[in-house]
Design a protein around this ligand. Structure first.
Ligand code: NBG
Length: 831
């Protein structure tokens, strides 16, 4: 039965004023209203979660009009929409950020105060949506914030994992993983839109048929269908009306599909199929985990890519625009290779489902897609075994083979006789077991390929994607990462933000280069004092948190020396451990030695299957136990490992840092973004010439940055010449002493086996060249310790770091993408 045509329901005018009126009293009123009518709770029985939910709805109500208006506007003519495809979006909590972007934080605080409630306590209730591993997912969220702030039409597409990145607990110094049940108490920010669902095919076979006119076509007869349900979250820009959409897909079984099992009476098989389908969006894969051969991961990738591309094609058609113009309406960014299957899927949608000719489809595909690479580690480059790939996506394998055939034909004609090059450039790795190389597919299918910091892009051109660079140099460009100053300064460090706004006005918040105007203030004593007071306050706040959660008392007057990021050997948390042990031995040798007291703060998760990273966590706890037990040392060296490092905790940590540790082996950290967040909050960096560190140092000035270690080029040369860590160990008595103490069980109750894998690894291989950089690091840290004692000078350096950090706003990064890759422009939303 068809439903009757919808009547005209009139405009929303009066509704809006009641629900979304401005001012603290109106907020308080809506809050109580939402508590009762939306949350369904009486005031006397309300829990903190109820109160948080009521406030979240109160804020959401104030977003909705902008959101609807934004979406309506994008349906209008002459808009080019950025589609950001990313398997991860590490949004962090929404409430406080939305209050800031709406400009009603203070009003909300007042409204809650009038009701006897503390806004901060309510903000703390929000569960962290941990839908990402680290930098890559957080970058996607900073980009969404900047896109909205700059009024760029954009949709973020990803996966609504039911379980995000695991919760990290520490037991006896070891990491223990627990499932992250972020949706347990509901999510007030997302709207589920079951009517906008799409079906995704898996498995089965393909079949050729004649379409009568233009010849043969291919049909994919799948074995399984899964439905993708959109969950839409508004992403509001800072003090603007633009509210873009973050659309995360969750998987649902298509019940009617496997009815044959029901019919044969196999009820349990049918239910099992349902469960299998829904598994697709169950859990986020931790990175650094061997994912080769993990079929579910490929299913996830195809699932969200297919839903997103179908949605894009549907919008194009609904607007009655030809598919041949898809690249004029949409520009699609692939965030790393996780969505690289988009190349084949877009071809399939155009050629198989919309009867476009191959060449036209290839033109549209390559002009629509672009690709950002985020890693140089060879083991992190995704590749899928051909048999697995073909079984899951038989049609896509055919399409990829055809793309590859044409591509290699061209390579052969440009480089006749160079079969070596043909092998290197092939999308299919044929050197042993056959693999589909996703970075190759993404590069070939894109009109633009970028790295995320200058050095990283250079290394892409000269190493990882060198052959592609030689083939199509015009595709390659650099887009140095950036982070949003709204979350990482205004929200995380309100006192600093107030000081800056008082001195500079508010414009720095969306025009970070304005911070340059701080430079004349470096010699202003009052300003410097305020600056120090703020840092001290932030350190006290973190100290209180540490005391509450871990029972460790740390001194806010000590230097807060902080290393927070995923635990990985290339990031070299264990180099930091070698530094701590060096200081420890110095004090033991000479108890009277003058030394700047330091609090070393670590945070970060290790992939559950990455044993060495987990051992490093154990090592940090083990040296902490010994050092804290030593009365000679414990007032000078404190070691804290903050469990379950995440966005929320980052917001506490960056503003409290004196020293930011960015100590990866040069040439391995694509960019880093924590380095930017620290510097924005006035921490000084100790770092190698790696990733964005290089550009940070260029901006803030070499005098305001602590540099150590080999350059990427020296690393390469040393490796080529035959690197010998054991020789360094044997030649350096201090290094030998600490390595021997680890091996001897000094930090493991005499157990010599515990840290043996680590010690042996360093002595025999040391792939990440800790020993090569050891002395340089120690010397540099000695300079850091001395500098810190000159408070005035340190403050000056700190102010200059903030004054010169403007380049690292994600607003700048997004402007660069818009101008050079996306070719898009802002659209002001009027309400
Ligand atoms: C990470 C890099 C970081 C970089 C972020 C964001 C992956 C694969 N890469 O250096 O390791 O800052 O991406 O670009 O997570």
């Amino acid at each position: 039965m068809t439903a009757p045509a919808l009547p005209d329901l009139g405009s929303e005018g009066s509704l809006k004023t009641q629900r979304t009126a401005a001012g603290a009293d109106a907020l308080a009123h809506s809050f109580l209203d939402n508590l009762f009518f939306v949350q369904g709770r009486s005031r006397d029985r309300a829990t903190y979660n109820d109160l948080y939910m009521a406030l979240a709805h109160t804020v959401r109500d104030r977003l909705v009009e902008r959101w609807i208006q934004t979406v309506l506007n994008y349906r209008a003519q002459d808009v080019r929409v950025v589609c950001y495809l990313s398997a991860e979006f590490l949004t962090g909590p929404h409430l406080a950020n939305n209050l800031i972007n709406l400009g009603i934080y203070d009003e909300a605080e007042e409204a809650m105060r009038k009701l006897g409630l503390d806004l901060e306590t309510l903000i703390e209730q929000e569960a962290e949506p941990g839908l990402g591993n680290g930098g890559l997912g957080r970058l996607a969220s900073c980009f969404m914030d900047s896109l909205a702030t700059l009024d760029i039409p954009a949709i973020g597409y990803g996966i609504r994992y039911e379980y995000g990145i695991f919760d990290q607990e520490i037991r006896d110094g070891w990491q223990v993983e627990a499932t992250d049940k972020w949706l347990r108490l509901g999510n007030p920010w997302a709207l589920e839109r079951p009517e906008d669902a799409f079906e995704v095919k898996f498995g089965g076979r393909t079949e050729r048929y004649s379409d009568g006119s233009s010849g043969f076509r291919v049909r994919w007869i799948p074995e399984k269908l899964v439905r993708g349900i959109p969950n839409d979250t508004p992403i509001l820009g800072y003090r603007t009306n633009t509210a873009n959409t973050l659309r995360l897909w969750s998987a649902q079984a298509v019940e009617s599909f496997n009815f044959s099992s029901f019919n044969t009476g196999d009820f349990f098989a049918a239910v099992r199929d349902k469960v299998d389908s829904e598994n697709i969006s169950k859990i986020l894969y931790p990175n650094d985990e061997q994912i080769k051969g993990k079929q579910l991961r490929l299913e996830q990738q195809f699932f969200f890519v297919s839903c997103s591309l179908q949605h894009i094609v549907k919008i194009q058609k609904a607007q009655e625009r030809p598919l041949a113009d898809l690249h004029r309406t949409f520009t699609i960014q692939m965030n790393d290779t996780h969505p690289a299957i988009a190349v084949a899927e877009l071809m399939r949608l155009l050629v198989d489902e919309n009867q476009m000719e191959w060449d036209s489809a290839w033109h549209v595909t390559t002009h629509t897609l672009s690709y950002t690479n985020h890693t140089l580690l060879p083991e992190a480059l995704e590749k899928w075994p051909v048999p697995l790939f073909g079984a899951l996506l038989p049609r896509h394998l055919e399409i990829i083979e055809e793309i590859n055939r044409r591509h290699l034909e061209e390579v052969r004609s440009r480089f006749p006789g160079d079969e070596e090059r043909v092998h290197r450039l092939s999308i299919i790795d044929e050197s042993g077991e056959r693999y589909v190389r996703m970075a190759h597919l993404a590069t070939l299918g894109s009109h633009a390929v970028n790295g995320v910091a200058a050095l990283h892009t250079d290394l892409l051109k000269t190493h990882v994607l060198r052959d592609f660079y030689e083939l199509t140099p015009e595709k390659f460009s650099n887009k140095t990462n950036g982070v949003t100053p709204r979350r990482w300064m205004v929200l995380a460090n309100p006192r600093l933000a107030h000081l800056l706004s008082r001195r500079l006005g508010h414009s720095w918040i969306h025009d970070l280069e304005k911070l340059r105007k701080l430079e004349p203030l470096v010699d202003d004593q009052d300003f410097a004092r305020e600056w120090r007071n703020i840092k001290h306050h932030n350190k006290q706040r973190l100290a209180a948190y540490i005391y509450q959660t871990l029972g460790i008392a740390v001194d806010p007057d000590s230097m807060f020396d902080i290393l927070v990021k995923r635990i990985h050997e290339y990031k070299r948390q264990h180099l930091k451990v070698l530094h701590i042990l060096t200081l420890y031995k110095r004090i033991q040798r000479n108890p009277e030695i003058a030394m700047q007291p330091r609090t070393f703060i670590f945070g970060g998760k290790a992939a559950p299957g990455y044993h060495m990273a987990k051992l490093i966590i154990k090592l940090i706890h083990s040296i902490a136990a010994v050092i804290h037990g030593d009365p000679l040392v414990r007032d000078r060296l404190k070691i804290v490992f903050l469990p379950n490092y995440n966005v929320k905790l980052g917001q506490r940590v960056y503003p409290a840092a004196d020293l930011s540790e960015q100590i990866s082996l040069a040439g391995l950290e694509a960019s880093g973004t924590g380095n930017m967040k620290f510097a924005m909050n006035g921490a000084l960096t100790v770092g190698t010439l790696d990733g964005a560190n290089i550009e940070i140092r260029e901006e803030v000035g070499a005098d305001n940055f602590f540099l150590f270690g080999l350059t990427a080029q020296e690393v390469e040369q040393k490796k080529a010449a035959g690197y010998n860590p054991r020789a360094i160990y044997e030649a350096d008595p201090h290094l030998r002493e600490i390595v021997d103490s680890l091996a001897a069980g000094e930090f493991s109750h005499g157990d010599r086996s515990l840290f043996e894998p680590l010690v042996q690894n360093l002595l025999n291989d040391d792939r990440f060249m800790l020993f090569a950089d050891y002395q340089s690091y120690i010397d540099c840290q000695d300079r850091v310790g001395q500098s810190y004692r000159d408070t005035d000078h340190w403050t000056r350096m700190s102010i200059l770091n903030v004054a010169r950090i403007g380049k690292f706003s994600s607003d700048r990064a997004i402007r660069d993408y818009c101008a050079e890759i996306w070719k898009t422009w802002p659209v002001k939303i009027e309400i």
